[in-house]
Ligand binder design. Structure first.
Ligand SMILES: [Zn+2]
Length: 268
């Protein structure tokens, strides 16, 4: 049965992880352990769509990162394959700062028809502003957008101050800073990385950790027009995340922007 929300808003999920069936269970458990969170669904495409269907998601930005350089090409092929099977997927590939052939990885991403690059400094174990990582940004600036995990209270690799250096050094790089710019480091994120022209944020894995007032204030600080709704599958339940978002008190027009329009304008 269609809910009112379905009819009122188009919804794009701007940040979702998918894993090959063989490793989905283990990969999902590992992510859960890493963030000390209970994981609801096993991270396969079918489960993502099942979750998204409960709120009428029309499109998903899907990605997966490589913890070691040797996995990069396989992961990129996997993401492209899933995009072939599911037309509602908008796929991002990955690379690794220690990859011996970053140019080749990026060429593969383009050949496969993927739309951007996902990096996770904490999982992939590199500093977001290291010279190795800068090589990646140099290659993709003006070519492919970057979705980067931001912030962790336990590590410094993706700290907002490092993300700021990316913005300063690569002004033409289209950057989606995940988790309102810094998971559990939101004050720092607000201070460090607001106000860059090509910077957008997604709001996943954040709303459960703060009051509605605080979340709305932070999103406004980055700009309603610069924010994307996302659920960080398999971390969160789509229905619960949407409910959290709708309780932030944005106007209908603002909801429409954050739920789909901003994403479309930035990537299409
Ligand atoms: Zn992610």
């Amino acid at each position: 049965m269609k809910s009112e929300i379905f009819e009122k808003y188009e919804i794009i999920d701007a940040h979702a992880h998918i894993f090959p069936e063989k490793i989905a269970e283990k990969a999902t458990a590992n992510v859960g352990k890493f963030y000390d969170l209970h994981m609801d669904g096993c991270g396969m495409s079918e489960n993502l769509i099942k979750g998204g269907d409960t709120i009428g998601v029309s499109e998903y930005l899907v990605c997966s990162t490589a913890t070691v350089p040797q996995q990069v090409r396989t992961i990129n092929s996997f993401i492209a394959e899933e995009c072939g099977k599911h037309q509602q997927f908008f796929g991002f590939g990955t690379t690794h700062p220690l990859s011996e052939d970053i140019e080749g990885d990026i060429a593969q991403i383009k050949e496969l028809g993927l739309h951007g690059v996902k990096l996770h400094p904490d999982f992939q174990d590199f500093d977001a502003d290291s010279s190795e990582a800068f090589r990646i940004y140099e290659i993709i600036e003006g070519e492919l957008p970057l979705l980067i995990h931001c912030g962790d209270p336990r590590y410094d690799r993706s700290a907002p101050a490092r993300i700021r250096k990316i913005c300063e050094n690569f002004p033409k790089l289209k950057l989606q800073a995940a988790h309102i710019g810094g998971y559990c480091r939101w004050d720092e994120a607000q201070e460090m990385i607001t106000g860059f022209e090509n910077l957008r944020i997604d709001i996943c894995s954040s709303l459960a950790f703060m009051s509605a007032e605080k979340a709305a204030e932070r999103i406004r600080e980055f700009g309603v027009e610069n924010s994307f709704f996302a659920c960080d599958f398999p971390m969160w339940n789509h229905k619960e995340e949407l409910d959290r978002f709708l309780s932030l008190g944005f106007t209908e027009e603002e909801n429409r922007m954050i739920l789909a329009e901003n994403f479309r304008r930035f990537y299409k």
